[in-house]
Design a protein around this ligand. Structure first.
Ligand code: AMP
Length: 437
């Protein structure tokens, strides 16, 4: 029989790598909560229309990459429905915001999520078909200040704080504005005109998009098309005064806290719902390169019309999604995560001591220590070596120890041995295992 393997583009995350994933997630939670964000969890599959109406029919994601299936009705009362594994999480969060009428609180909602997303992309380093995003959204009624450029700047400042706290060696913030929906209409008309004489020489996707959704031509990665794209008009020249002032206000607030950025005129991002601010944090090649071609650590932007596009009230907002897989790659390249060891290995000498060993392990765990429990197979010489790889100390439980209640403890780092009464064991181990000892 052939061996079954994880499906192409998906992978198993094993320890000790999962320690790093947990550290990243714990850091995200700690940092985001400092900015008063709360967690939201939405389903991993949604009605297909949610994505076609928000992300956009002509985007790569919707036109090529979604895992979509027709869900057959199971009862007469049910209708067949087209469902899709979420390719991103902003649409789901905005749907939940509308469905639960969160706007009626009159306040800005600050929500973060951590979870898997699914896109049928060509797998390569840093690009998978199931990947993980850590994201956040700030949205609410305009009366609550949800359109304020200060919201954009605060989100960017939070991201800088997060990456720095994680110890990402170097990052660069790329920033742009894609303007309001009116600016976009103006720009799209200009772009359509500029593309008309050159589109015939471009790739098949670009030829189609030049007519259907010209902005998406700027997302094209085909090398031969790049010189043509470089010569196209810039979106900045189509922005009105209000959009430029909004962008300038974001920049002023970033300047005030010393966060550097560069304006990238081509940063329109591959999703239709963005308005005004768009941004990406990329790995800074000058600080060493772990990611190669897929160097975007995270991306995001403002989406002032998204709620209306899926049938909700006006709820301007800004958000981002961090590629967790890429953070892991970037961190692995520069630091080796130490394998995690248990505090204590409990070693019963002989099967008769197994029950007492479980009771002792329970006592130590109740006392806050992490315990690896051996069993009657433990042999003094041979097994001590294995225990050394799993724990920082070992407690021997033989006949004498059981009878006297005085236990033999070995601390692996120093090689020292101690005799400790059972009732003082938790306390003394805690002291012994503090990092300075
Ligand atoms: P997007 O939702 O396309 O704006 O992507 C936001 C971030 O998610 C990117 O900057 C990447 O870090 C990450 N990302 C997007 N697609 C993938 C993928 N297929 N595999 C791994 N990470 C991804």
């Amino acid at each position: 029989m052939s061996i079954l393997k994880a499906v192409r583009g998906t992978r198993d995350l094993l320890p000790p790598e999962t320690d790093l994933w947990n550290r990243i997630e714990a850091t995200a939670r700690a940092v985001f909560e400092r900015y008063n964000f709360r967690e939201i969890r939405t389903p991993i599959f949604e009605d297909t229309q949610l994505f076609s109406r928000s992300v956009g029919e002509e985007t790569d994601i919707v036109s090529k990459e979604m895992y979509t299936w027709e869900d057959r009705p199971r009862a007469q009362s049910e209708k067949a429905q087209s469902l899709t594994l979420r390719p991103e999480n902003t649409a789901g969060v905005v749907r939940a915001y509308i469905e639960h009428r969160l706007g009626e609180t009159g306040q800005i909602q600050k929500l973060y999520y951590i979870g898997p997303q699914f896109r049928r992309e060509r797998p390569q380093k840093g690009r998978y078909r199931q990947f993980f995003q850590i994201g956040a959204e700030v949205l609410g009624p305009p009366s609550a200040g949800s359109e304020s450029p200060l919201r954009d700047a605060e989100v960017l400042e939070m991201l800088a704080a997060f990456l720095n706290r994680l110890g990402i060696a170097g990052w660069k913030l790329k920033l742009n504005s894609v303007g309001s929906s009116e600016d976009r209409l103006r720009y799209v008309a200009t772009l359509r005109e500029a593309l008309a004489p050159v589109a015939a020489g471009m790739c098949e996707d670009c030829r189609r998009r030049a007519a259907s959704n010209p902005l998406r031509v700027l997302d094209c990665k085909v090398p031969e098309d790049q010189p043509i794209i470089a010569g196209l008009p810039r979106i900045w020249d189509s922005l009105d005064g209000a959009s430029r002032a909004h962008f300038a206000a974001v920049c002023a607030a970033l300047d005030a806290c010393g966060i550097t950025y560069e304006q990238d005129h081509r940063l329109v991002r591959g999703l239709d719902y963005y308005t005004r601010t768009t941004f990406e944090f990329v790995e800074d090649a000058s600080a060493g390169q772990a990611l190669g071609a897929q160097n975007a650590l995270l991306g995001g932007g403002r989406y002032d019309g998204l709620s209306e596009a899926i049938g909700g009230p006006s709820a301007p907002g800004i958000g981002f999604a961090i590629g967790e897989d890429r953070l892991v790659l970037a961190l692995q390249a520069f630091s080796q995560e130490k394998p995690q060891l248990a505090d204590v290995y409990v070693a019963p000498l002989g099967d008769e001591r197994n029950p007492a060993a479980l009771a002792l392990a329970r006592h130590l765990r109740d006392g806050g220590l992490s315990v690896e429990l051996g069993d009657g197979l433990f042999r003094m010489k041979k097994s001590l070596e294995t225990a050394d790889k799993q724990a920082r100390s070992v407690v021997i439980l033989g006949e004498d120890e059981l009878a006297s209640g005085i236990l033999t403890v070995k601390h692996f780092a120093t090689g020292k041995q101690f005799k400790i009464p059972r009732e003082r064991l938790v306390e003394e181990l805690a002291v012994l295992l503090t990092p300075s000892n």
